[in-house]
Ligand binder design. Sequence first.
Ligand code: AMP
Ligand code: ZN
Length: 113
Amino acid sequence: MSDCLFCKIIAGEVPSKKLYEDELCYAFYDIDPQAPTHFLVVPKAHIPGPHAVTEENAAAVGHIYAVIAKLAAELGLENGYRVVANDGPDGGQTVGHLHFHVLAGRSLAWPPG
Ligand code: AMP
Ligand code: ZN
């Protein structure tokens, strides 16, 4: 999608601190980290958010969770981490391309605000 920030990051049109990439997904560090480790994993396909996950595109979501587990192990996040996908205004979504936040490196409060 031409006016989507994360599509532009995936295409290399907007710079990012890349952590991982394969045919289905792209991982990069969040520009405004909310924890000592905070990165995002996004499908390369433009999916507007969690509400737009369907039986047809859900394989990318499962793949992303497997990638997150692999990256967490590589980064030494053995004390745990949180995976968050925000949706819509009430969910706090600010970028309309499905993304999974991975937050780690401190004890995270629950429930979220
Ligand atoms: P959300 O609020 O759940 O939609 O998350 C969007 C996230 O994207 C926020 O945590 C932002 O800090 C992050 N973000 C926005 N622009 C960039 C960028 N150019 N590079 C990396 N992360 C970004
Ligand atoms: Zn997009």
